[in-house]
Design a binder for this molecule. Sequence first.
Ligand code: FMN
Length: 152
Amino acid sequence: MRSLLVVVSVHQGNTLKVAERMAQELEARLVTPEEIVPEDIAEYDLLGIGSGIFFGKFHRRLLQFVERLPRQEGKKVFVFSTSGLGQKAYNEFLEASLRKRGFQVVGSFACRGYDTFSVLKLFGGINRGRPNEEDLRTCALFAAQLKKECKQ
Ligand SMILES: Cc1cc2nc3c(=O)[nH]c(=O)nc-3n(C[C@H](O)[C@H](O)[C@H](O)COP(=O)(O)O)c2cc1C
């Protein structure tokens, strides 16, 4: 199974840590949106898309990439994010937008990430050290489960 992960990780490199662990598990190619032509996703069986959350949304560069993706007929995709709150609910908007484009959403992963936005910086930030080893183990299990399901 050929897998591709597209990631934007600009604040603390939190989402990149998650993406690297997933890529290891899935033996996936890991790129930024600027490193791939949207049409090239045709070469992959499974696509993963993730970034940090900024004011409730995925990073603009990632959303713009999704807007440029050609319409699909059930290609498998999963969504992942890191954020101050670590809520999976942040992923729902992107999941819906991918479904509208004809993707089949097969998974969603979220965890907390170190956050030093604005005044938080004055207090040393929140979630220092996250994603931590436990978060990364959970994310590796998520990827392993996907790998199993998508091969069937
Ligand atoms: C400008 C800015 C806005 C943010 N907005 C939110 C937010 O709305 N909700 C949240 O839970 N975290 C928010 N965060 C925290 C980031 O989502 C979190 O630090 C994330 O792990 C960053 O990922 P990255 O290091 O991969 O870029 C914000 C951070 C910044 C810098």
